[in-house]
Design a protein. Structure first.
Length: 188
């Protein structure tokens, strides 16, 4: 099978899943997310939940999403490269991977929060996806347990389909009032 057809097919499947489920791909399927989750389980006294500039830094992934569209406007001879993509990793690649690995130990999913262009795209799908997180306002007592367990630092009881929500389900599990529900239909 032609590799381009395989890659294109995988991209189309991921995009369709994103359109239907939003960032569920990020929370449940993405291998980079899994690796970061495992690294974050390593005990460290340096762990931080948030820091000054966290919210502003999250916009970087949207810039990185647009970069492939903007970059060719400023680069001559786009498509011509002296370097092969299949060459051995550069020192910079190794340094970046090590920084991301260390960051994942102290910050929950830094690649997802700040750098992943796929996550930026899927976050937009959270707004239109038919699969939704919903709050039963009659049951929600605004105890904020959902917010305390959310490692993406959002308030699910206020904005259950927030752009940053990776749909991991921790908020739903933490809600003793069973006010958070998910699915394609609105409860009656």
């Amino acid at each position: 099978m032609n590799e381009n057809i395989l890659h294109t097919g995988l991209i189309i499947i991921c995009l369709l899943a994103g359109i239907v489920y939003g960032k569920l791909f990020c929370g449940k399927i993405c291998p980079f997310g899994w690796i970061q989750d495992w690294l974050h389980k390593i005990p460290s006294p340096l762990k931080i939940k948030t820091f000054k500039g966290d919210k502003q830094l999250r916009y970087l992934k949207y810039v990185l999403l647009l970069l492939p569209l903007i970059l060719p406007l400023f680069v001559s001879d786009a498509g011509k490269s002296e370097h092969s993509a299949e060459s051995t990793p550069s020192v910079w690649t190794i340094v970046i991977l090590l920084v991301l690995a260390f960051s994942s130990i102290i910050i929950y999913r830094p690649l997802c929060k700040y750098l992943c262009p796929w996550g930026a795209l899927f976050s937009l799908f959270n707004l239109i996806a038919p699969y939704k997180y919903r709050i039963d306002t009659a049951k929600c007592n605004q105890c904020k347990k959902c917010s305390r367990v959310c490692k993406m630092n959002i308030e699910p009881y206020k904005t259950p389909n927030h752009l940053e929500c990776i749909r991991c389900g921790k908020c739903k599990t933490a809600c003793k009032a069973k006010a958070i529900y998910t699915g394609f239909k609105v409860k009656k």
